[in-house]
Design a protein around this ligand. Structure first.
Ligand code: ZN
Length: 276
């Protein structure tokens, strides 16, 4: 599943080339998770850009003669990837959306079709507003402080790992990043959210930021393009301390890494380094 680093690497890859591009046509393949929500013709002639990101959603702003003309909210789902093609081949069986512009064709490839491209008049209007309503803070938002995180964690009694995965406190801590950040911060994945102290919340926020920043750096540096749905996370996993390493020694203390299933997801942790 594309995680926040893949989505951000994608955003960085398409933002500059698409900025100012003129929409010439829209092609739809098989149905995605939600319908487009407007006639395709409404998009033709609009100018694209900038491309923003909120959680794992991308927002392609559209404008006409310097006035906003809504935008497209895009999600890569379980298996989606976007590429900007200057000479696009004929659409294949998994190519379900083409935004044809004078700067190239933005194509969504999505074999499992849990992805989506949805028109909205603005980010704070339906249907975009509803889709984004429950998202937590952006991890790199400097206005989101350790104190904010601590206050939010105090309102929840669930295990901290589940709170991170839910994404309604802070976005971006998918399974691999949640496991790694908790290990880095020395917090047991089953620790109750409301019992995490302020200093530990601060350590956790720093760890979430560090793990995502590392994945972004790997995604940006190791990928030739941004179409690999596991690019950044895959490169990051290769140097993970605990994720996917059950039975192998913890790089910090040498004890074997343990695995347990939490809310249907594998959690990897070190019982020596991580406490409740
Ligand atoms: Zn350890």
């Amino acid at each position: 599943m594309p995680e926040l680093p893949e989505v951000e690497v994608t955003r960085q890859g398409i933002d500059a080339p698409l900025r100012g591009a003129r929409v010439q046509a829209v092609r739809l393949g098989k149905p995605l998770r939600w319908p487009l929500g407007c006639p395709r013709e409404r998009l033709v002639g609009a100018e694209v850009g900038p491309v923003a990101r909120r959680g794992k959603y991308l927002w392609l702003a559209l404008s006409r003669a310097d006035r906003p003309a809504g935008g497209l909210l895009m999600h890569l789902g379980m298996s989606g990837s976007l590429s900007l093609l200057t000479q696009p081949p004929a659409p294949g069986p998994h190519d379900h959306f083409d935004l044809v512009t004078d700067r190239g064709t933005l194509r969504l490839v999505d074999p499992r079709r849990f992805g989506a491209v949805v028109y909205a008049p603005a980010l704070d209007r339906p249907p975009a507003a509803k889709l984004l309503a429950r998202l937590g803070a952006e991890p790199f938002d400097t206005a989101f402080t350790a104190q904010h995180l601590h206050q939010a964690l105090r309102r929840r009694r669930s295990p901290i790992k589940a709170v991170l995965l839910a994404g309604d406190v802070v976005v971006g801590a998918g399974n691999i990043y949640a496991c790694e950040a908790l290990h880095q911060a020395g917090i047991h994945p089953a620790a109750r959210s409301d019992r995490i102290s302020a200093p530990r919340a601060a350590a956790l926020l720093a760890a979430v930021r560090a793990t995502l920043a590392r994945a972004l750096a790997l995604g940006g540096s190791t990928l030739r393009d941004f179409t690999d749905v596991h690019g950044a996370s895959g490169a990051f996993q290769a140097e993970a301390a605990v994720y996917g390493r059950e039975g192998l020694p913890c790089p910090r203390c040498g004890r074997p890494v343990r695995r347990r299933v939490q809310a249907g997801r594998s959690t990897y942790y070190c019982a020596g380094c991580q406490s409740r």
